[in-house]
Design a protein around this ligand. Structure first.
Ligand SMILES: *Cc1c(COP(=O)(O)O)cnc(C)c1O
Length: 386
């Protein structure tokens, strides 16, 4: 049996350290908005090279609070892709705005920024004046072109909310050679610390980051009932705080994240080598690490088969051999019932639809062993060539 993701292996290594900080939090009697959230926010902001970080309850709330902070509202449009987790798009609906979709690129599986520019220039049948924000998702751990994003944000004057839920620690190399982290160029960036993410808590958690002082203050109010001073409510807020216990654990884990991300890249390289050696490239395409820097942190390792039949065959073999897998995402967002009022139809976003039919996520986590990666590839080989 090889799991898609295994939390227990990591916990067993960190058990002493984690139980120690958990005990300190519980013994202190301070479990909401204490020193751990405060210190974690500083450490996170430092790590990202951003001025302000605000710990929140989860990644979905991080996106919703971003919408609220930017005053997105009734009938505004928020652009994102249909090939992502539901929250990237549904956050807009919580402020009565509407998501509008832009298809992804087939190779990176991220938003097609050329198409985005076309829409913002008014070249597509969508009124660019109604577009009030863009949710830019770094899908599966692969960084979008941050230089281009920054450029688009500045030249069109539309705030970008980076959805960094899947790309903690990922970077982009700017043309002047500067390395900057995913989550450092958007007006606001939203993070999730859901247990399976690269930096995961033992429950729900999230954060919003910004370089804008006013937005920072507003986000702090929004996560705590719209108040700065207790029982003085200036704006409409939520209860969306990060718990002390999760912040304490995240502070422990933050020290290891670079090491874990490096191991993910190593595992991806290993997959590549096996696929090449076994000549499986006639059946599937696989994602490659970015040369020289952390352009992809492999939150998920997602291959794309050359036919649906190949994918079915491999899934059958995985089930027999108890190898974990997942399909991200089996139904693109524009075809989801919750969005049926938006009026999209099958065929509207052909790349997203194609990827939904052809992709498969393989086991990927820092603690996976080399021999397990080899076994996964062997099972694929035998299924496709046997
Ligand atoms: C996980 C995820 C979220 C939501 O995070 P939660 O903490 O689960 O609410 C948002 N966007 C993307 C792309 C995600 O993968």
């Amino acid at each position: 049996m090889i799991p898609l993701f295994d939390m227990k292996r990591q916990y067993l290594k960190l058990r002493g350290e984690i139980l120690d900080v958990v005990d300190k939090v519980f013994s202190s009697g301070r479990v909401i908005l204490g020193e751990n959230v405060r210190e974690f926010e500083k450490e996170l902001a430092d790590y990202m090279g951003v001025r302000c970080a605000v710990g929140v309850s989860n990644g979905t709330d991080a996106l919703i609070l971003s919408m609220m902070a930017l005053d997105i509202g009734f009938e505004d449009l928020v652009l994102t892709t249909p090939y992502t987790f539901i929250a990237s798009a549904s956050a807009a609906m919580w402020v009565r705005a509407l998501p509008a979709f832009i298809d992804v690129e087939e190779t990176t599986m991220n938003m097609n920024l050329k198409k985005l520019e076309d829409v913002l220039k008014g070249n597509e049948n969508l009124n660019p004046k109604r577009v009030k924000a863009i949710v830019a998702v770094h899908l599966f751990g692969r960084t979008l072109d941050l230089e281009k994003l920054k450029d688009i944000q500045e030249s069109f004057g539309i705030p970008i909310v980076e959805d960094v839920a899947q790309a903690f620690g990922a970077e982009w190399k700017f043309s002047d050679g500067d390395l900057r982290k995913a989550g450092s160029v958007g007006k606001i960036s939203a993070f999730s610390f859901f247990p399976t993410k690269n930096l995961g808590a033992y429950g729900d958690g999230g954060a919003v980051l910004t370089n804008d002082g006013e937005l920072c203050e507003k986000l702090r109010m929004l996560r705590a009932h719209g108040s700065k001073v207790k029982y003085e409510h200036e704006i409409l807020g939520k209860n969306a705080r990060l718990d002390e216990v999760h912040a304490a654990i995240l502070r422990v884990k933050l020290k290891y994240i670079d090491k874990w991300n490096k191991r993910r890249v190593e595992v991806a390289k290993l997959y590549s080598e096996f696929f090449e050696n076994e000549r499986l490239t006639e059946f599937l395409e696989y994602p490659k690490p970015v040369d020289g820097y952390m352009g992809h942190v492999f939150h998920q390792y997602v291959v794309k088969f050359k036919s649906e039949k190949y994918r079915e065959t491999v899934i059958e073999a995985f089930k027999k051999r108890e190898i974990g897998f997942a399909i991200y995402y089996p139904k693109p967002l524009h075809l989801q019932k919750v969005f049926e009022n938006l009026g999209y139809r099958e065929g509207d976003f052909p790349i997203s639809e194609k990827l939904s039919n052809l992709t498969l996520a393989l086991p990927m986590f820092p603690e996976i062993r080399d021999d397990e990666v080899e076994e996964v590839v062997t099972v694929i080989k035998n299924a496709l060539k046997g």
